[in-house]
Ligand binder design. Structure first.
Ligand code: WQD
Length: 339
């Protein structure tokens, strides 16, 4: 029985594939390579000694998905494949709805007809919008996400809840906070194609001289240092949470059809704290300047992680500085590849 990992060559997907293989799962990857490169598969093989089966196609092509499900006995699916750039989603909302929702619906139509249960969905804390209280827990009321990207995550969750109830399937919705870092081997990591949207890749490329200066969006937030606060979780810790959630659904250690987990560290860090942490962890300087707030940004978000700790027997264990060291090591690997 194999685990289908869509978007399995992407940032969080590839780190999860490594952890799945190291937990003795057979993995089948489908990835359209729209936001990654095939050499990530080489990195997975170097780390684990296993080269998982890989199908390079877009999940909107349902006929190709059908062929995969006929060729392999799939026990569960971890669905990462989606467009995820918040800013881009505002410029191309219909592309985001088409890609993120059609891909999901194709998977569910196929799973429904094949009676495959056990579906794990890559969701996001963005579904909470700016929560009224901190920390954010799974019962915190959801708000209208600020971006089309965030709305595809909220819609995806609603579609999966209906799917689970109507067809008696097990679904796990994993709401990530802010993933950062790279595998300690520096053989896989985040490939921000183009100008990075997210903070840590931008900090890293500024330190590497690829970007001239980091813009810190907003110095007037109601926080200790005036910059916005997020919960930055190390990507390998996040990957391990997916394995824990998978084991829970396939071993039916749950009465509920739908499980929801916030995956963070439970600690908030400001933008300035991340910049200073990166400089201290890697003994580098990061040039930055303050700019006005970015449209759609919230002030603060950090998780209450007690449910995941209790029910998944999982806890993020890597410090911010340790995670930031791995980002820099990955950057050095990329430079050596490109030299
Ligand atoms: C973090 C903080 C920025 C860049 C989004 C999605 C979430 C997930 C992660 C996909 C904010 C500030 C950023 C920069 C800055 N999506 N910042 N200068 O917006 O919290 O979350 O990305 O995986 O679903 O909502 O993450 O890293 O973009 O921003 O000052 O160049 O850093 O304003 O306060 P965000 P982020």
């Amino acid at each position: 029985m194999a685990i289908l990992v869509t978007g399995g060559l992407g940032y969080i997907g590839s780190h999860t594939v490594v952890e799945l293989i190291q937990s003795n799962f057979e993995v089948i990857i489908v990835d359209d390579l729209s936001n990654t490169e095939k050499y990530i598969l080489d990195g997975i093989q170097k780390i684990t000694g296993v080269r998982p089966v890989f199908y390079p196609f877009d999940l909107k092509r349902r006929e190709l998905l059908t062929q995969v499900l006929e060729a392999h006995k799939i026990e569960a699916c971890i669905h990462f494949a989606a467009y995820k750039a918040v800013g881009e989603s505002q410029e191309k909302p219909i592309d985001y709805y088409e890609n993120n929702l059609f891909s999901l619906i194709n998977l569910l139509q196929e799973f429904k007809s094949r009676n495959i249960s056990n579906f794990i969905f890559s969701s996001s804390c963005t579904v909470y919008g700016q929560a009224d209280e901190m920390p954010i827990w799974e019962e915190t009321p959801l708000k209208q996400p600020e971006s089309s990207y965030g709305r595809t995550k909220r819609m995806g969750e609603d579609i999966l809840k209906d799917f689970a109830i109507a067809h008696h399937k097990k679904v796990s919705l994993l709401r990530y906070f802010n993933p950062i870092g790279a595998h300690p081997s520096a053989l896989i990591g985040e490939l921000p194609l183009g100008v990075p949207n997210n903070l840590v890749p931008y900090i890293c490329q500024t330190a590497a001289g690829i970007r001239a200066c980091l813009s810190i969006f907003g110095q007037d937030y109601p926080t200790a240092d005036g910059t916005a606060i997020r919960d930055y979780i190390y990507v390998v810790d996040l990957a391990k949470a997916h394995v824990a959630a998978l084991k829970k659904v396939i071993h039916h250690k749950t009465d509920s059809l739908i499980d929801i987990y916030n995956l963070g560290t439970g600690k908030g860090s400001s933008v300035l704290e991340v910049v200073k942490g990166f400089e201290a962890a890697n003994q580098v300087r990061v040039k930055y300047e303050f700019k006005p707030r970015r449209t759609g940004d919230i002030t603060i978000a950090y998780a209450d992680v007690s449910k995941a700790e209790r029910e998944l027997n999982w806890k993020a264990s890597t410090s911010l500085e340790e995670a930031l060291k791995t980002t820099w090591q990955w950057q050095k690997h990329l430079e050596s590849r490109n030299s």
